[in-house]
Design a protein around this ligand. Structure first.
Ligand code: COI
Length: 353
């Protein structure tokens, strides 16, 4: 029996939404899941109408950054049935982030129940168009009212949901970041924690002033190895192989990244997950052996890259070569729309727990 109480809204906002024109991140569905942690346990599991929070000015998450989140998507198949994509991987990663940030883990069973019930209740909020989705944002934050650096004793867990289209609506241009760093081995780069995103804002703003969409992070020791983009993991398609940087402690373990690796391996592509230097990428480009580069993420899905700029080279990528990124994007969106047979068991119909 479910441990979650449901309090449906009496004032749905659904009729106010134009599903043909949804700005990413600004439109929220009718309900949210809520749980509280106190006295050493998670309790008060409920789905309630979406609403503002009342917060204390000394709430610890605001001061010391104990705050983690996930990003996942629900879609509909051809008959309009809601589908989830590898939801168990998201609770595994949320709990890995919780361990690193000294926060309590959450029950995988209650998490999956909450996701299924929340999406079921707000199923009409899932945009029907291929490539669009209901974005699910589970997050946990410290709620002790205390000024002092220590782990909070109380936490709140919420799951809010948002109808979204693609995160990037055009190919992405990247600047190789030579001054700032995102994460260092032993740090929190592998955790999906808010500070990682805050740290990326100034470098991204400076890159935007120079005409780029985002920065490509390098390792923090030598500025030699490629890490990620912050909003997505990276893949490079060479003449004879596909390479993605090995995560090894400072790079987010992307679930779309994992999905693409599994797909490429199962389709017989030569794919390598290993440390990758920016020099190897530049050498291959100069020799005409670097065909495509693309990013992957829940929000971004698969984002083609049309430019990578470093101090000594401006690499441009030709749209007519974007075959593999198009194939993968089509595959993932097709699976999520229930149009392609799910050989890997990644698609979970809502209500099937
Ligand atoms: C996601 O891909 O889900 C993220 O959390 C990244 C952010 C760009 C929305």
């Amino acid at each position: 029996m479910s441990k979650i109480k449901i309090y449906p809204t009496e004032n749905s906002r659904l009729s106010t939404v134009d599903f043909n024109n949804i700005p990413f991140g600004r439109v929220f569905s009718d309900h949210m899941f809520s749980a509280e942690y106190a006295d050493g346990e998670w309790k008060d599991f409920k789905i309630i109408p979406f609403k503002d929070l009342n917060i204390h000015p000394a709430m610890m998450a605001l001061h010391y950054g104990q705050s983690i989140f996930e990003g996942m998507k629900a879609t509909v198949d051809q008959e309009g049935n809601p589908l989830l994509f590898r939801p168990e991987k998201h609770i595994e990663r949320l709990n890995a982030s919780a361990r690193r940030m000294c926060m309590p883990e959450f029950s995988s069973e209650v998490f999956l129940d909450a996701i299924h019930q929340l999406v079921d209740l707000d199923r009409k909020w899932i945009p029907p168009h291929e490539g669009s989705a209901l974005y699910l944002r589970p997050f946990i934050f410290a709620t002790d009212k205390f000024i002092g650096v220590t782990a909070s004793q109380t936490y709140r867990f919420l799951i809010i949901t948002l109808p979204v289209g693609p995160y990037y609506s055009k190919p992405v241009s990247l600047k190789v970041e030579r001054k700032y760093v995102r994460a260092v081995n032993g740090g929190v780069g592998e955790a999906k924690t808010c500070g990682n995103y805050a740290a990326s804002l100034l470098p991204a703003k400076l890159a935007k002033q120079e005409g780029f969409d985002q920065v490509m992070w390098m390792d923090a020791h030598e500025f030699k190895y490629i890490q990620e983009v912050g909003t997505m993991n990276l893949f490079f398609v060479f003449k004879d192989k596909i390479v993605t940087p090995a995560t090894e402690g400072a790079i987010l373990k992307g679930i779309t990244r994992m999905t693409i690796l599994d797909y490429l391996k199962s389709e017989g592509y030569a794919v390598e997950e290993r440390p990758l230097t920016i020099e190897e990428v530049k050498d291959a480009y100069r020799k005409g052996e670097l065909i495509e580069a693309f990013g992957s993420g829940t929000a971004a899905v698969v984002a083609t890259i049309d430019r990578i700029n470093d101090t000594d080279i401006d690499m441009r990528f030709d749209e007519s070569n974007w075959k593999l990124s198009s194939e993968i994007k089509k595959y993932i969106n097709g699976l999520r729309a229930g149009k392609i047979e799910d050989k890997h068991g990644w698609i979970v119909p809502v209500g099937s727990t």
